[in-house]
Design a protein around this ligand. Structure first.
Ligand SMILES: Nc1nc2c(ncn2[C@@H]2O[C@H](COP(=O)(O)OP(=O)(O)OP(=O)(O)O)[C@@H](O)[C@H]2O)c(=O)[nH]1
Ligand SMILES: [Mg+2]
Length: 268
């Protein structure tokens, strides 16, 4: 609970009571403030809106007895008490919009890549559905910040409620672009992209039209590189890169590609 002071009472010597001090609450950009009872949005701290916002005005100080003087009572014994601070219950929602969203089957290596590229430390494990809620990480490169969102794995039928549900796709609905991960160690790696696209399109056509790149992941398991080559050949209209989070190869290329996709300039 954040509590500002009440106003102080008015007093003698023409003294007006002191106003209560404000309490400042610092929140990150992208925070939305709602009235807890009604759900009404009171303020949205998006990047381009007012950075400082006053909601409840702290208790005003009381008027001193001088204020209440009259012809008859030059020094009344009454002074106004300070006004109590106002109060309300608010819900504070952090609504960060990621620049790029990761899309892939469970176990494709999304969270591992997020760990390598950003400050985030999501759980990584050798089984599907390790990630249950979205993870965000900030990738800092060439003096730019790119916010990456790693969401739970999508499976065939997700748009009809299978797996962890497609509801997490709404977390990447406002991103600038998508990064698809195709696990090259899976036998069906050539079908992965079209399966993912079908689920995305079912959820929202808009998502399927977002700018995107495709990463063939776990290239360390594709020793002769033939699977990456076959993936590139089968998706000739797409931008396809290989990545191995284990060998940490091509990470610079990927960082640069992510910047481009996030529409950020490279400042050298
Ligand atoms: N060989 C190899 N294994 C990897 C690589 N990247 C991730 N893995 C392994 O793949 C497994 C799954 O990795 P995660 O990062 O948890 O995969 P995810 O896509 O986040 O999975 P979900 O959260 O379940 O959707 C883990 O055992 C990782 O160690 C890689 O580049 N090479
Ligand atoms: Mg994960």
């Amino acid at each position: 609970m954040f509590k500002a002071q009440n106003g102080l009472p008015g007093s003698g010597q023409k003294m007006h009571g002191k106003n209560g001090e404000f309490v400042y609450v610092f929140v990150p950009p992208g925070t939305i403030v709602r009235d807890k009872a009604t759900g009404e949005i009171l303020h949205d701290f998006s990047a381009d809106s007012e950075p400082q916002w006053t909601y409840l005005v702290g208790g005003r100080g009381g008027q001193g007895n001088w204020h209440f003087r009259s012809a008859k009572h030059q020094a009344p014994r009454y002074a106004q008490p300070g006004m109590p601070a106002q109060q309300n219950l608010l819900t504070i929602e952090l609504n960060i919009i990621a620049d790029l969203g990761f899309v892939g089957f469970p176990n494709a290596g999304k969270s591992t890549l997020l760990t390598l590229l950003t400050n985030a430390t999501p759980k990584v494990a050798p089984y599907p559905f390790t990630t249950k809620i979205p993870n965000l990480g900030v990738m800092r490169v060439y003096d730019q910040d790119v916010v990456l969102a790693d969401i739970p794995g999508i499976i065939e039928g997700a748009s009809h409620g299978l797996g962890l549900g497609i509801q997490f796709l709404k977390h990447i609905a406002r991103t600038k672009g998508l990064v698809f991960l195709v696990d090259l160690s899976e036998e069906t790696y050539l079908d992965t992209f079209s399966t993912l696209m079908a689920e995305l399109t079912d959820f929202s056509a808009e998502l399927s039209l977002k700018p995107r790149i495709i990463l063939g992941s776990k290239t360390d398991l594709d020793e002769d590189g033939s699977r990456l080559e076959a993936l590139k050949a089968s998706l000739s209209a797409e931008t396809v890169f290989g990545v191995s989070s284990f060998h940490r190869d091509r990470l610079d290329d990927i960082r640069r590609e992510f910047l481009r996709l996030a529409e950020k300039e490279i400042v050298l």
